[in-house]
Design a protein around this ligand. Structure first.
Ligand SMILES: Cc1ncc(COP(=O)(O)O)c(C=O)c1O
Length: 384
């Protein structure tokens, strides 16, 4: 597979939002999809599908089907032993987040979010009528850090839940065990439910490790819902499938009390693609992560050399770079790069407090296209 050899006219024929939202002269480096071709086993499956026409109603996954595949994978990759009967299959991770807050907290309850964060975290708390308790992650010299003292202070007795994003989008942090232990300790002391979105768990770079929150001990596990999906790492977000693990029956029963059809049905292609990704596509993913590891370093060098006034810390995970443009003193750096550079990034303020003056750049493309994104940004800076 050549990840270097992407044809822009083929990418422009894609129907998804990454390539269809902006005009054709704009290079998209925003929404978290990758430009790489699908893993060969997934390509084979989709080709076969045209022969078998296997698009009738899927069987609702039994514990010994996709949940078992998920449990095996969690055990193999992270040493996390789970019972497939504690796993539900959902349509997507964001759905899991909404449903968890809806079923497990009450109107007006406080919910902690660590900003900047993937924008649906912010929308979710507001949409279900909960109260956002912000715990900004300040930028330290090497990486963004959790400010536990600020969290202790911000959370009051009506705070009932923590929405955790680990690995973190957009800062690229892969939280370390001791950071997670400190958070877990606080969640236990304050009797919070934790919704732990670990969708980026397979996109962690050498030198870092993903630690599922629920592996830290029974006390934190029993209050944690872990949300996972193959969609980020295997680039199949359009097939729609995610899994939720419940650390206790108490949580699962409350979640399941919501009528099944309010959750929506599952799709044949999403179920099959997730299983194929997790069982047959690891060699593809290993190659992609190695390539992305090179790209994050390449991007950091180019930012340091060619984008004066912008700084970037190496992401520990994810294919997203969180670029600090505050030194430029611009009201809206996103607009400069869009209007002058014809590059579509993600605007920092959408990620909540701490996002002002930042842009997020998706580097999951060929090195050639990535260079073009940086060249265009450099041109925009020169023309300003
Ligand atoms: C942290 C995080 N959670 C969830 C999602 C979306 O997941 P889904 O499409 O399964 O809702 C993304 C997508 O980029 C993400 O970065």
């Amino acid at each position: 597979m050549s990840l270097d050899d992407l044809q822009i006219d083929r990418l422009r024929r894609r129907r998804g939002e990454k390539w269809r939202t902006y005009p054709d002269d704009v290079l998209p480096a925003w929404v978290a999809d990758m430009d790489f071709p699908l893993a060969p086993p997934l390509q084979d499956y989709l080709r076969e599908l045209t022969q078998t026409t296997d698009l009738g109603y899927p069987i609702n996954p039994r514990p010994d089907a996709l949940p078992r595949v998920f449990a095996d994978r969690m055990h193999e990759r992270f040493g996390w032993a789970i019972d497939p009967r504690d796993v539900l299959v959902l349509t997507d991770v964001v759905q899991g987040m909404y449903l968890a807050l809806w079923t497990l907290t009450e109107q007006g309850d406080g919910v902690v979010v660590q900003t900047p964060v993937y924008p649906p975290f912010l929308a979710c708390v507001a949409d279900v009528g909960r109260r956002r308790v912000d715990n900004p992650l300040p930028r330290g010299p090497e990486r963004h850090e959790i400010d536990l003292d600020a969290l202790r202070e911000a959370a009051d007795v009506h705070t009932r839940a923590l929405l955790l994003c680990n690995p973190q989008n957009p800062t690229g942090r892969a939280l370390e065990r001791d950071e997670l232990e400190a958070l877990a300790q606080l969640a236990i002391e304050r009797d919070w439910i934790v919704v732990s979105d670990e969708i980026h768990c397979d996109l962690v770079y050498p030198g870092h490790r993903h630690v599922p929150l629920a592996t830290l001990g029974p006390e934190i596990a029993e209050r944690t819902i872990t949300l996972m999906s193959a969609s980020k790492a295997f680039n199949i977000a359009g097939t729609r499938c995610a899994l939720a693990h419940f650390g206790s029956d108490r949580l699962r029963k409350r979640f399941e009390a919501l009528p099944r059809h309010l959750r929506g049905g599952l799709g044949t292609v999403g179920l099959a693609a997730t299983e194929i990704a997790w069982t047959r596509c690891q060699p593809w993913l290993d190659e992609v992560v190695t390539y992305l590891d090179g790209s994050r370093r390449h991007l950091a060098q180019r930012v340091a050399r060619d984008l004066p006034g912008i700084s970037m810390q190496l992401p520990e995970a994810t294919y997203l770079a969180w670029l600090d443009c505050r030194e430029l003193g611009l009201d809206d750096p996103w607009r400069l790069f869009y209007q002058q550079g014809r590059v579509a990034l993600s605007a920092g303020p959408a990620f909540g407090p701490g996002g002002e003056g930042f842009v997020r750049l998706n580097f999951a493309t060929s090195r050639g296209l990535l260079d073009e994104v940086v060249d265009r940004m450099a041109g925009a800076l020169a023309r300003r």
